[in-house]
Ligand binder design. Structure first.
Ligand code: PMP
Ligand code: GLU
Length: 402
């Protein structure tokens, strides 16, 4: 039963799905506070410190008295730095009036989804998708259209399935590459094939979430906005949380056609007035300074992915593939559904996720939160010691299920 129904709250909030990633992280935190030895692999949060040169820039910003309201869409110097970043990293040309800086990529996404969807408009997403897209579409009263994908294709959207899902109500296609939760990365050819389908439908726009851009293990990151025939219908979302280990600083940004950027600016002007000034000054340093710390983190994520891939292969009953980016595994665990340890019966992936939390104190996120009923998401943004221990515990707990 929904415990909020007897309160004065709106239907909007009562019906809103809680963020499963944040919920699992909170559950893990609560168990830790009870003294349990919990290993949290639920939150997608780099376990590194923000690089020193960025921290220094923030300290300087405080001393330089960056304490007044910033322009709603972000300081001009920061938007210039973002324009340069798009040129440097993605060979994309934008102007500063196409850029809007927000309080995390999550807010960039909320701005654009609320700014673009009318009630009843359809937003297409390949399953699995990141949790908050669905909730934000719901808030905008849009209709979520889910496209099933296959683990054999690393859960990537095919042009054929995309074409079949498009109707005259379809307004948005939303996806991430590198992908949360699958770790999949679309190649340039795959992106081009998707862009070609979208190009045939004039009313259809793409939100390309590239927040894991710097955590890719297959060479250069590819943006779907690189295809000129589609660029004016792409909204590219990015942010500093993942590539610069700045989750708590809350800085995201988007590049969009000017009318959409202006709409996001208008939306944000009524919600937050803009992102934190100190964070914005630090972001200029992050985007124009050395990327060496980012590359060091990426190498470490890749090293972990490699040894964890072998450890996962040693656990019976899982179906897996090699993720190409981000910091997640998304193995199919459906062979454990229907099993029991004698006390707890596993009826679905949610049960399995909770079983692992309660049995061996490892917190993961259920695939159901991402629209998939067969998988669990494992974040490897954790120390090697914790990861090895967690994988050993998972193996023992799963072995108890008969
Ligand atoms: N998109 C994806 C795919 C994510 O995993 C996240 C989680 N950090 C976000 C957007 C939001 O990032 P933030 O708000 O921290 O910039
Ligand atoms: N994006 C991260 C995740 O998927 C952080 C949590 C969140 O922002 O919801 O775990």
């Amino acid at each position: 039963m929904n415990t909020l129904t007897a309160t004065p709250l709106s239907d909007r909030i009562i019906n809103l799905t809680e963020s499963a990633t944040l919920k699992m992280a909170a559950l893990a935190r609560a168990l830790k506070q009870e003294g349990k030895d919990v290993i949290s692999l639920s939150l997608g949060e780099p376990d590194f410190d923000t690089p020193e040169h960025i921290r220094e820039a923030a300290k300087k910003a405080i001393d330089d008295r960056y304490s007044k309201y910033p322009p709603v869409s972000g300081y001009l110097e920061l938007r210039e730095a973002i324009v340069q970043k798009f040129k440097r990293d993605n060979n994309l040309d934008y102007t500063t009036d196409q850029i809007v800086v927000s309080t995390g990529a999550k807010q960039s996404l909320a701005n654009v989804i609320l700014a673009m969807l009318n009630p009843g408009d359809e937003a297409i997403m390949p399953i699995p998708y990141w949790v908050s897209y669905a909730a934000q579409i719901q808030l905008a009263e849009g209709v979520l259209v889910e496209i099933p994908t296959s683990i054999d294709n690393e859960f990537k959207l095919t042009p054929k399935d995309l074409e079949a899902a498009i109707t005259d109500k379809t307004k948005l296609l939303i996806f991430s590459s590198p992908c949360n939760p699958t770790g999949s990365v679309y190649s340039k050819e795959e992106l081009k094939a998707i862009a070609e389908v979208v190009a045939k439908h004039d009313e259809l726009y793409i939100i390309a979430d590239e927040i894991y851009e710097h955590i890719t293990f297959v060479g250069k990151h590819e943006s779907i906005a690189q295809f000129d025939f589609i660029k004016d219908r792409v909204i590219t979302v990015n942010g500093l949380s993942k590539g610069f280990a700045m989750t708590g600083w809350r800085l995201g940004y988007l590049a969009a056609p000017v009318p959409i950027a202006k709409a996001c600016n208008k939306m944000q002007g009524q919600f937050t007035s803009g992102a934190c000034t100190v964070t914005q000054r630090a972001a200029i340093e992050a985007l124009t300074g050395t990327l060496e710390p980012t590359y060091t983190m990426r190498r470490e994520f890749q090293r972990r992915r490699d040894f964890l891939f072998d450890l996962l292969a040693e656990i019976p009953g899982l179906k897996n593939y090699m993720p190409k980016g981000a910091f997640y595994f998304f193995p199919d665990v459906s062979s454990y559904i229907g099993k029991s340890d004698g006390t707890t019966t596993i009826n679905n992936v949610d049960d399995l996720c909770m079983y692992l939390l309660n049995d061996c104190y490892v917190s993961l996120v259920t695939g159901a939160a991402f629209g998939n009923d067969s998988c669990l998401r494992i974040s490897y943004a954790a120390s090697e010691e914790n990861l090895r221990e967690a994988f050993a515990r998972i193996k023992v707990s799963l072995a108890k299920l008969k």
